[in-house]
Design a protein around this ligand. Structure first.
Ligand SMILES: [Zn+2]
Ligand SMILES: [Zn+2]
Length: 191
């Protein structure tokens, strides 16, 4: 069972004033010079989470209901355990996220009405798939077509190149990481 699929029997809907803090990964986009950084959901090119703005859930299935909905997979997702996120497609940023408003709890985590990141750090997706949150910190961030920013450790930059992953530009990971935290006004996630 993935975090996006839940059975109604597992669900508990609650309205939470105190935020729940959960784990989450994002994709990252930005300009060639590393500005205009935006956290984005890892799946597809759906709406970015804007800096200093509360992210608000919308049902991407365009169903006529408020998100999150018990019978749907919509809502802003967060997981209880970090390891479940190792299945994520192309994570670039790992973080702790505050979830509040209407929150639906399921087996692996939560789907919420509102969210904002609390702590962020860049991850090399290959290291993260293999070792989870204890993986090495990325050294560089590759800038790819469509403004995709992909953090990589040196080893996986090399491996990626063998499989046709050729960044058009490389930027130092600490520079992007700091710029990302400044832009979203969040703290570092200890590695
Ligand atoms: Zn929905
Ligand atoms: Zn790596």
């Amino acid at each position: 069972m993935t975090p996006t699929v839940s059975l109604a029997v597992d669900l508990e809907v609650q309205t939470s004033v105190e935020p729940i803090v959960a784990w989450r990964t994002w994709a990252l986009t930005g300009k060639r010079d590393g500005t205009d950084l935006l956290l984005r959901p890892v799946a597809g090119r759906s709406r970015p989470w804007r800096p200093l703005e509360v992210a608000e859930a919308a049902c991407k299935h365009a169903r006529m209901h408020a998100a999150p909905n018990v019978d749907c997979s919509c809502g802003l997702h967060g997981t209880r355990e970090v390891d479940i996120l190792r299945r994520t497609k192309s994570p670039s940023v790992l973080g702790r996220v505050a979830l509040w408003g209407r929150v639906i709890e399921h087996q692996h985590g939560f789907r919420a009405e509102f969210a904002y990141p609390q702590r962020l750090r860049l991850v090399c997706q290959f290291c993260f798939w293999m070792w989870g949150a204890t993986g090495r910190s990325p050294s560089v961030v590759g800038w790819f077509t469509r403004d995709e920013l992909i953090p990589l450790c040196w080893g996986h930059l090399e491996v990626g190149a063998r499989y046709g992953m050729h960044p058009r530009r490389l930027i130092g990971a600490p520079v992007i990481e700091q710029a990302l935290r400044d832009r979203y006004a969040v703290d570092a996630l200890p590695g």
